[in-house]
Design a protein around this ligand. Sequence first.
Ligand code: ADP
Ligand code: X2W
Length: 263
Amino acid sequence: MNKLFVIKVGGNIIDDEAKLKVFLTSVASVKSHKIVVHGGGKIATEIGNKLNIESKYINGRRITDDDTIDLVTMVYGGLINKKIVAQLQSLNCNAIGLTGADANIIPAKKRAVKDVDFGWVGDIDNSKVKSENLKALLESNFTPILAPLTHDEQGHILNTNADTIASSIAVALSTYYDVRLIYCFEKKGVLENVEDDNSVINLINKEKYRQLLEEQKLFAGILPKIDNAFAAIDAGVHEVLIGDANDLIQNTTNNTIGTLITQ
Ligand SMILES: Nc1ncnc2c1ncn2[C@@H]1O[C@H](COP(=O)(O)OP(=O)(O)O)[C@@H](O)[C@H]1O
Ligand SMILES: CC(=O)N[C@@H](CCC(=O)OP(=O)(O)O)C(=O)O
C-alpha cells in the first residue's frame, strides 16, 4: 500500500502568517500523497465580531445559526481555503481546494436537536465518505485541501469540526492507503504540563488517557483532538500523531517527535 499523510492544521497556525508559511513549505516538500484539512475557528470568530455575528460554542462545537453558516462558508470555504491553495501553488504543490460538498466528498446529517440546537452542524457517517473521489484526485497528483464544511445532500452546507473531518477522511482512505494522520498545532505534542513544552508525552494509549483525565492535565481543544485520534485508530488508521506544525517534515519520517496515539 502507498503511504498517505492526512495533515490537519488549526486556527492558531493559520492565523499566524510566519507559522503558516513554514507549515505550508513543509507540506509542499512531502513527496508522498497528502491531504490537508484546515480549521480556522479562531478567524471565523474574529471576522464574525466585525460583522456583529456572535460566536457561541457548546462542548467545543460552534452553534451555527443562519448568519453563522453564511459566515463560516465564506471564511472556511473562501478566504482560508483559497489562501492556502494559492500559497501552496506558489510552492509548486498542485493544491485543489474543496469543501465536503465538492465531488460529494463528505455527505453529512444535520445534528438532531436534543438538549441543544446546534443549527447547521453536520455529523459524518464514515462509511458515506466518497473516498474514491479523493483517491482519483490523489492519483492525478493533486493535493486536496479540505475546508471544515460538509453538506446534507438537500442543498445545505453544514459546519463540521476540522479534527473530526481529518479523522473521517483518514478512516475512509485507509481502504486504499497506509495512512498516517497528523494533527499539527502550536505545541510540541500533548504535554504533561501545558505550560512546559519540554513535557511532551511520547505515547498515549487509552489507559494513559484515563490517567491524564483523572489528573486533570488535559482541557479545552486537546480533548476532542485525542478523542478523534482514538476514533481513527479504532477504525483502522495505521498511525495518528499529535505534534508541532514546525515538526511536520520530521513527522513524515519514521523518526517522529510529538505524541503518538495507540490503542
Ligand atoms: N495537556 C495539554 N497539552 C497540549 N495542549 C493542551 C493540553 N491541555 C490543553 N491544551 C490546549 O489545547 C489546545 C489545542 O486545541 P485547539 O486550540 O482546539 O487546537 P486547533 O485549533 O489547532 O485544533 C492547545 O492550544 C492548548 O491550549
Ligand atoms: C462545528 C464546529 O465547531 N466547527 C468548527 C470548524 C472550524 C474548526 O474546527 O477550526 P479549528 O480546527 O481551528 O478549531 C468551528 O466552526 O469552529
